[in-house]
Design a protein around this ligand. Structure first.
Ligand SMILES: Nc1ncnc2c1ncn2[C@@H]1O[C@H](COP(=O)(O)OP(=O)(O)O)[C@@H](O)[C@H]1O
Ligand SMILES: [Mg+2]
Length: 313
């Protein structure tokens, strides 16, 4: 169960969730994808649409009586989608007053029989560190951070890692940040090479520490900037249905192969295990600082580095 998380928008979260899911499904794995972004771009990218009157992830979150399995759609034989609509924006507010506001998604998924047999479950997070993202972090086992190799892209990393720590110290002690994925990568630039170097130095400096990112790596291959990846969402297709031989398709397929070689599929049994833990857990008290990116910036000083170095959280 992997959450794609970065509080910055436009870094490649949705593109990665869609095309990595498609690549994994194409190589024979069963995959579920959860659209947790109120923009519903992931749902649109799959060419899916919630039928009028049908439930979506919003109903699953705010309505005790709507099970996950009622909202799940089948995109292809091996690919399931828990879709979103723009009404998901209201869920943050509606969840805010509930005692189990960050546990809802995990608890509901644990009750789902459709998700239980899957090899992979990928979660597309919204560009914020609010309640929807916290719900994703309570459910997930792994966090992957798509980012662009700009020096500003590294600025939000400490806040992101702090949020993951918050959840791992509480309800989800197994949560790990396993990878940083460079998207829209332009490998020939000096800046890109410097950013990768800085990231690796930063990650190396935390090996062996008791932090959830102690095993985090910069994932290979980086996803090259490829116009086909930007074109295919408007056709409601993954890159493999749009142009199976373009560099974007090659990169996501290679990434999927690396992930399946390194880690055997991990959803089986996990949701039930997590559910048992959640039954006894207290909900996380989300501090004001994690409810929005602006709030986070105001409450905690931004990293003070002058260059593009990754800042210690
Ligand atoms: N490797 C890439 N090459 C070219 N365009 C890309 C690439 N990855 C993403 N894009 C485009 O960049 C924009 C932002 O990507 P998206 O995945 O929606 O980011 P996020 O979900 O983090 O907001 C989209 O228009 C998308 O099509
Ligand atoms: Mg997105």
């Amino acid at each position: 169960m992997i959450a794609f998380m970065n509080q910055k928008g436009g870094v490649g979260k949705t593109t990665t969730a869609v095309n990595l899911a498609a690549a994994l499904a194409q190589s024979g794995r069963s995959v579920g994808v959860i659209d947790l972004d109120p923009q519903a771009h992931l749902t649109l990218h799959f060419g899916a649409e919630v039928a009028p009157g049908s439930p979506s992830v919003y109903d699953v979150l705010v309505d005790e009586g709507t099970p996950v399995d009622e909202a799940v759609m089948r995109v292809t034989e091996r690919l399931l989608l828990l879709p979103a609509e723009t009404d998901l924006a209201g869920a943050e507010v509606e969840l805010a007053g509930l005692p189990d506001r960050t546990l809802r998604l995990a608890r509901k998924c644990a009750e789902s029989s459709m998700l239980r047999g899957l090899d992979f479950l990928l979660i597309d997070c919204p560009p914020s560190l609010g309640l929807l993202t916290l719900n994703a972090l309570v459910l997930a086992r792994e966090v992957m951070v798509p980012m662009q190799a700009h020096f500003l892209a590294l600025q939000g990393l400490s806040k992101l890692l702090e949020t993951v720590s918050l959840v791992s110290r509480g309800v989800n002690p197994d949560l790990r940040v396993t990878g940083i994925l460079l998207c829209m990568y332009e490998g020939q630039t000096r800046l890109a090479a410097e950013v990768v170097g800085d990231l690796e130095t930063y990650l190396e400096s935390h090996r062996g520490e008791a932090v959830p990112w102690r095993d985090c790596r910069v994932l290979r291959p980086a996803i090259r900037r490829n116009i086909k990846l930007a074109e295919c969402p408007s056709f409601g297709r993954s890159i493999f249905d749009y142009d199976a031989h373009c560099p974007g398709a090659e990169d996501y397929l290679a990434l999927a192969q690396n992930l399946t070689v390194e880690a055997e599929p991990s959803v089986n049994g996990e949701t039930a295990e997590r559910a048992a833990g959640i039954e006894t857990a207290h909900d996380i008290e989300p501090p004001v600082v994690v409810t929005s990116v602006q709030g986070a910036a105001a409450a905690a000083p931004a990293p003070q580095g002058s260059g593009h170095a990754a800042e210690a959280p």
